[in-house]
Design a protein around this ligand. Sequence first.
Ligand code: XUL
Ligand code: MN
Length: 346
Amino acid sequence: MPQNRYRFCFGPWNVSEGQDPYGPTTRPPQSFDWKLDQLKTLGFDAMMFHDDDAVPDIDDKSEQQILKEAKQLRKRLDDAGVAAEMVAPRLWFSPMTMDGAYTSNDPKCRRYAIDRSLRAIDIAKVLGTDILVLWLAREGTYLRESKSGRRSVELLVEAFDKMLAHDKSVRLAIEPKPNEPMDHAYIPTIGHALAIAQLTRDSKRVGALIETAHCILAGLDPADEIDFAMSFGKLWSLHLNDQNGLKFDQDKPFGSNNLRSAFNQVRVLERNQYGSNGEYVCFDVHPFRTTRVEHWMKHLENSRRTFLRLVEKVRSFDEGRAAELIANRDYQALDQMVIEHLLGRE
Ligand code: XUL
Ligand code: MN
């Protein structure tokens, strides 16, 4: 089997400034140009964008102005030799998305969410990507009685259908997350994402993005989720990171909490030849709040380094020996074999 050459990606928000719900920023803001420069220097290939990362203050701008600024950004990316991996409408900041976006109880707010998504698709087209990522941040409930789950599914399908009709080549990659900011999200897992795809006007153009931390928050194994989505040919993007149990969304460096789980994620990506249709490996990781300015990019550099070290570990794993142990149902020895391999002692 030919060996994959992976391509890597991150977003401007992954160079964050350290604020959390209990305290202010701990690092000064950096310019977009600085981030783009760092991305190149570190050997990454592409950048992912929220719509307002690409066109700041997007709600105050005309369609014409949005396209003009998207074209300017495209030129900057082309000059730097960096691709745009995806665009995602940021549907959780505006007062119009307070009660959800596509599933808001207010029809004016639902219209705003759809219009904004169509603008994000236009931006994606200018930037040269056909992937629109939908992290459905506020599509869920704090209060079960405030919305109908059935009606919300219908509203989500209605919104997806409008996006699919707006541009015949766009592909929607749903990024499931079970909670935060909502108590419960309507699309909490990959299974939900692929099931709702079937209700849309063009299910072939609705797929998924898996984030490690989001799977862990749903109590699921990220490697199995990747295998599941890839069995359908529907894993179009990937946010690798790590998460220490059922807490707030931590976005830790890849492999930082559970190296064995990271090894298993890389193993299924290798087995399924992830990347062979042009997909990128993205790291949705954040620096620690304590990180000094001079160490600001380390979380991204380290995530990529860990990923590549784990690719080596997967490729040097003795699959023949593992198969023998499996045939003999000696899972005890298989368990120890994995541990010793990760420890570097065979
Ligand atoms: C939220 C999250 C987002 C999406 C992009 O948890 O992961 O950053 O990846 O909107
Ligand atoms: Mn993410």
